[in-house]
Design a protein around this ligand. Structure first.
Ligand code: 13P
Length: 258
């Protein structure tokens, strides 16, 4: 089984040359170490404005490694009067294969609801872009023992009318909100409880696939990255650490080791 490592650059870096530099440094390392990367798939999700340039770099000769392009968001309509939005087809045309949907930063800061997320998931699937659906609880909700209830609710609402479809397109990312950008990752043993819950919950939903791919995200660093894979996660969604070349490469190296 492949392990998926997603780099969510969020609203970074601040210029195109810096974005290219970051991408190229990771790419060059991958090129040199392609032999150990057989079982790893890397998905880079830069801000919209860098997608085209990174897409071109991905297409350059001799770069047929398992590195793919993802977007951080999309809109559910195909075209029209939706100022500031980006359609699935626009992304598809740039070679985008994956899209992050329902990130907690978008839910919280931009008011994205589960209903909007549901529309985005449908649009992504229709365009054959694989959505990476983020779910997660706040610290308060965890403290009150509501984690499973919150996740169940997010999943049920965001997946409305979707579970009858062949959903081998969907990837789930468990990102506890309190762990994102705090340097305080969810302990692997606690994350494992959630993973087991999610496996149990999703299994009967998608009869057409054997197992939904589930990633962990939230303050992942090279010291703990492997622990989440050992306990059964299918991959990682990496924020801050994906912006530091050496740290990101360390994560890839550690995961690819065996
Ligand atoms: P950090 O790795 O910076 O905590 O971010 C996680 C995240 O939000 C990835 O989508």
């Amino acid at each position: 089984m492949e392990t998926i490592i997603v780099a969510n650059w969020k609203m970074n870096p601040q210029s195109l040359p810096k974005a290219k530099e970051l991408f190229n440094s990771v790419r060059n390392w991958i090129k040199k170490n392609s032999n150990i990367l057989q079982s790893v798939r890397i998905i880079i999700c830069p801000p919209f404005v860098y997608l085209e340039s990174i897409s071109k770099l991905l297409k350059t000769k001799n770069f047929r490694l398992k590195v793919e392009l993802g977007a951080q968001n999309l809109f559910w309509e195909e075209k029209g009067a939706f100022t500031g939005e980006i359609s699935p087809k626009m992304l598809k045309n740039l070679g985008v294969k994956y899209v992050i949907v329902g990130h907690s930063e978008r839910r919280k800061i931009l008011g994205e609801s589960d209903e909007m997320i549901n529309k985005k998931l449908k649009a992504a699937i229709k365009a054959k872009i694989k959505p990476i659906l983020c779910i997660g609880e706040t610290f308060e909700e965890r403290k009150r023992g509501k984690t499973f209830k919150v996740l169940k609710n997010q999943l049920t609402k965001s997946l409305t009318h979707l579970t009858t479809q062949p959903l081998n397109y969907l990837i789930l990312a468990y990102e506890p909100i309190w762990a994102i950008g705090t340097g305080n990752p969810c302990k692997p043993e606690d994350a494992k409880e959630v993973l087991l819950f999610l496996r149990k919950f999703t299994q009967p939903l998608f009869r057409s696939i054997t197992q939904t791919l589930i990633l962990y995200g939230g303050s992942v660093n090279s010291k703990i990255a492997k622990d989440y894979i050992k306990i059964g996660f299918d991959g990682l969604l990496v924020g801050g650490a994906s912006l530091k070349k050496t740290e990101f490469v360390e994560i890839i190296k550690d995961i690819a080791k065996d």
